[in-house]
Design a protein around this ligand. Structure first.
Ligand code: GAR
Length: 196
């Protein structure tokens, strides 16, 4: 069975969706949930599920991203994962870290990439007057939010949408998309899953 480490920064709702699906499908198991913020709510949620958790606070490392990542990689490697899932992990990773896990690191991003890499995706979709929005799971490569597409799900932008309302609609689809992509990825299927 594949071993999965999940990297989070916040609430961890995508992490929980992955954890639930792994338990249900039996195709993989979570060996670690690690956050760059020791107060990330998702850590408590993961611990409540009996999953080993860890935190590596990025702040004491200041601008030394490599030192932060070395500490992070040490926690990750101690659990020997086959696959890494970034699930609302909000630190930019250096090429060195990405190379270390290349081909086995996934990310979920709240836009229809290649549209809106980076932050404030929903505000940007609304400002552009887009008729639809969505989320993307992709392999992580050195270029931010630009690795090979593994899956995408779309939602309509509705009249009167605010950033929060659109974000909630997209997040619900993230919870469907990410587990389905992980199931496929765990058995070596990297063909993009395109949901309506
Ligand atoms: C999700 O919407 C995820 O797509 C986004 O952060 C949220 C985390 O929510 N990720 C990014 O913006 C990555 N650049 P969660 O902690 O409840 O899963």
């Amino acid at each position: 069975m594949k071993q999965v480490a999940i990297l989070i920064s916040g609430g961890g709702s995508n992490m929980l969706a992955l954890v639930r699906d792994m338990a249900e499908g039996g195709y993989a198991r979570p060996v670690l949930v690690v956050a760059n913020d020791p107060t990330a709510k998702g850590l408590e949620r993961a611990a409540a599920q009996g999953i080993p958790v860890a935190a590596v606070d990025h702040r004491p490392f200041g601008r030394d991203r490599e030192a932060f990542e070395a500490a992070l990689a040490a926690k990750i490697d101690a659990t020997n994962p086959d696959i890494l899932c970034l699930a609302g992990f909000m630190r930019i990773l250096t090429p060195g870290f990405i190379r270390r896990y290349q081909g086995r690191m996934l990310n979920i991003h709240p836009s229809l990439l290649p549209k809106y890499p980076g932050l404030h995706t929903h505000a940007r979709a609304l400002a552009a007057g887009d008729a639809e929005a969505g989320c993307t799971v992709h392999e992580v490569t050195a270029e931010l939010d630009a690795g090979p597409l593994l899956g995408q799900a779309r939602v309509p932008v509705l009249p009167g949408d605010t950033e929060d309302r659109l974000a909630a609609r997209v997040l619900a689809r993230e919870h469907q998309l990410y587990p389905r992509v992980l199931r496929r990825f765990a058995v070596g299927d990297r063909t993009p899953l395109l949901l309506p």
